[in-house]
Write a protein that binds this ligand. Structure first.
Ligand code: URA
Length: 225
C-alpha cells in the first residue's frame, strides 16, 4: 500500500514535471490545486493507459511515446503530424527548433504551453526518418487524439502543416496548405484552423506573414464567445 502510494506520487510528479517543467504549477484564476490535479489526472491516467501502445510497428522503433504537453483545460490545442527526433528522444512534442519557434509564435498572441494551450501530434510515435504517417498508423493512433480532445474540450484546434491538416480533415494529399487556410473546418465537432508548420517557416521567410495573419485570426477566434 505504502509502495503503491509512493509510486502514484512519483508518477504524478513525473507527469507534472513533463507538463509544467521544473517549476511548481500554480492554478490560474484562483482555481483550487485539487481541481487542477483531478483534471490533470484524467489526462495523465489516459497517458498511463496508452503509453506502452504496440498497435502499430512504430511501437518497436520509438524511443519514447510522445503523448502531449500543456494545459489540460486549454482553449487551444495545436496538433502536428508526428514527433521528430528531438521529440522521440525527450518524449515531449515540439521541443526541437520548430517547437521553439512555435513557442515564440504562441507568445506573440500571449499564449504558452503552460497556460491555455495543449500541444500534441496525430501520431504519438516517431515514424522512421520522419516520413509521413501511414494510413494504418493514423487509424490506430487517431482515437487517442479524439480522447485527448474529449478530455480537454478546447474551443479551437490548430492543425500545424499540410500533413496534419489533410490527415485530420481527410483531404486529398495534393491540396496545398494555402487552400486549407482561412477556413473554419470542423473536426468531430470542434472548429479547426489549418496553418503552416513552424518547420516551414524555418526553411524560408515567405510563410511568416501568412502564419502571423493566421495566428492573429486564431487569437480573435479564442477571444470570441
Ligand atoms: N513536428 C511535428 O509535427 N511534431 C512535433 O512534435 C515536432 C515536429
Amino acid at each position: 500500500m505504502a509502495e503503491n502510494a509512493t509510486d502514484q506520487t512519483a508518477a504524478f510528479l513525473r507527469q507534472s514535471a513533463e507538463l509544467f517543467g521544473d517549476e511548481f504549477y500554480s492554478a490560474p484564476h484562483g482555481e483550487s490545486e485539487i481541481m487542477t490535479e483531478v483534471s490533470t489526472g484524467s489526462l495523465a491516467e489516459f497517458e498511463q493507459q496508452i503509453k506502452a501502445c504496440q498497435k502499430c510497428a512504430l511501437g518497436d522503433t520509438r524511443t519514447n511515446f510522445v503523448f502531449g504537453v500543456g494545459d489540460p483545460q486549454a482553449d487551444l490545442v495545436c496538433v502536428g503530424e508526428a514527433p521528430g527526433a528531438d521529440e522521440d528522444a525527450q518524449g515531449v512534442p515540439f521541443v526541437g527548433r520548430a517547437g521553439k519557434l512555435l513557442d515564440k509564435i504562441l507568445a506573440a498572441i500571449d499564449l504558452n504551453r503552460e497556460h491555455n494551450v495543449y500541444i500534441c501530434n496525430v501520431l504519438k510515435c516517431r515514424p522512421p526518418n520522419n516520413r509521413d504517417p501511414l494510413p494504418d498508423e493514423v487509424e490506430f493512433c487517431e482515437p487517442y487524439l479524439l480522447r485527448q480532445l474529449e478530455l480537454i474540450k478546447p474551443k479551437l484546434i490548430v492543425a500545424l502543416g499540410k500533413v496534419a491538416a489533410k490527415t485530420l480533415l481527410r483531404l486529398e494529399s495534393n491540396i496545398p496548405l494555402k487552400d486549407m487556410r482561412n477556413k473554419l473546418h470542423d473536426y468531430h465537432g470542434t472548429p479547426l484552423v489549418a496553418t503552416y508548420h513552424p518547420a516551414a517557416l524555418l526553411r524560408g521567410d515567405r510563410f511568416k506573414r501568412p502564419t502571423w495573419e493566421d495566428f492573429k485570426w486564431i487569437r480573435s477566434l479564442l477571444k470570441a464567445e
